[in-house]
Design a protein around this ligand. Structure first.
Ligand code: AMP
Length: 193
C-alpha cells in the first residue's frame, strides 16, 4: 500500500485522545512510507493529521470541492491540492488514488465516507481494506450496532468482518496490509428471492 485515504472530523472532538490518534497514525504512515490522501481541509482532525505528516516530510494529497475550499479552509501547504467541482468528484478521486481507507473519529461526513467505500467493497467494486481507528473507543457503539445488524440478518458477517476495527495504529495497518477481500460479494449466492 502506497497511499491511504483517511476520513476524519472537520472538528477535533472533545477528547485529547482523538488528536493523539491523528498524530500516531501520521507517525505510522511516515515509518511505512505511506502517503496520506484526505479531504484537503486545514480544520479539525483533518488539518491535524495533514500537518503532522507534512512536518515529518511525508506526502499529503488533499481533494476539496470549490464550495468547501473556503468553509473548511483548504490547507495551504500540501504536497498537492486538487480542487474539484463536487463532493462526488472529491470522493471518487480519493477512492481511486488510495490503496485503503481509514476512518479516524469524526462526524456525519466521516461516517458517510467510510460507509460509502465499505458498501463498494461489499459489492465487489474494489478490494481495498476499510478500517475504523477506534481511538478512545469512539467507534465501540458503531461496531456493536453492526454486530446487531448481522444478528438481524441485514448484513452478512463476512461483510461486517471486512471492516477492520482497531484501537492501535500499528496493528490496524498490519491488518490492512494482510487484508484479503472476501470473494463472496453481496449479490453472489444471495438467498433472498
Ligand atoms: P465531519 O465528519 O462531518 O466533520 O466531516 C468530515 C469531512 O466529510 C468534511 O471534509 C466534510 O466536508 C465531509 N463531508 C460532509 N458531509 C459529507 C457528505 N455528505 N459526503 C461526503 N463527505 C462529506
Amino acid at each position: 500500500m502506497k497511499k491511504i485515504c483517511v476520513y476524519c472530523g472537520s472538528s477535533s472532538g472533545g477528547k485529547p485522545e482523538y488528536l493523539d490518534a491523528a498524530n500516531i497514525l501520521a507517525e505510522e504512515f511516515i515509518k511505512r512510507g505511506i502517503g496520506l490522501v484526505y479531504g484537503g481541509a486545514s480544520v479539525g482532525l483533518m488539518g491535524k493529521i495533514a500537518d503532522k505528516v507534512l512536518a515529518f516530510g511525508g506526502e499529503v494529497i488533499g481533494v476539496i470541492p470549490h464550495a468547501l475550499a473556503e468553509k473548511e479552509l483548504s490547507h495551504p501547504g500540501l504536497t498537492e491540492l486538487k480542487v474539484v467541482n463536487s463532493m462526488h468528484e472529491r470522493k471518487t478521486i480519493m477512492a481511486d488514488i488510495a490503496d485503503g481507507f481509514i476512518a479516524l473519529p469524526g462526524g456525519l461526513g466521516t461516517l458517510e465516507e467510510i460507509f460509502e467505500v465499505l458498501t463498494w467493497a461489499q459489492l465487489g467494486f474494489h478490494s481495498k481494506p476499510c478500517a475504523l481507528f477506534n481511538a478512545a473507543g469512539y467507534y465501540d457503539k458503531l461496531a456493536a450496532f453492526l454486530d446487531h445488524a448481522v444478528r438481524e440478518e441485514f448484513v452478512k458477517d463476512i461483510h461486517r468482518n471486512s471492516l477492520l476495527v482497531d484501537n492501535d495504529a500499528q496493528s490496524l495497518l498490519d491488518r490492512m496490509f494482510e487484508y484479503q477481500a472476501p470473494s463472496d460479494h453481496k449479490w453472489i449466492g444471495r438467498d433472498e428471492t
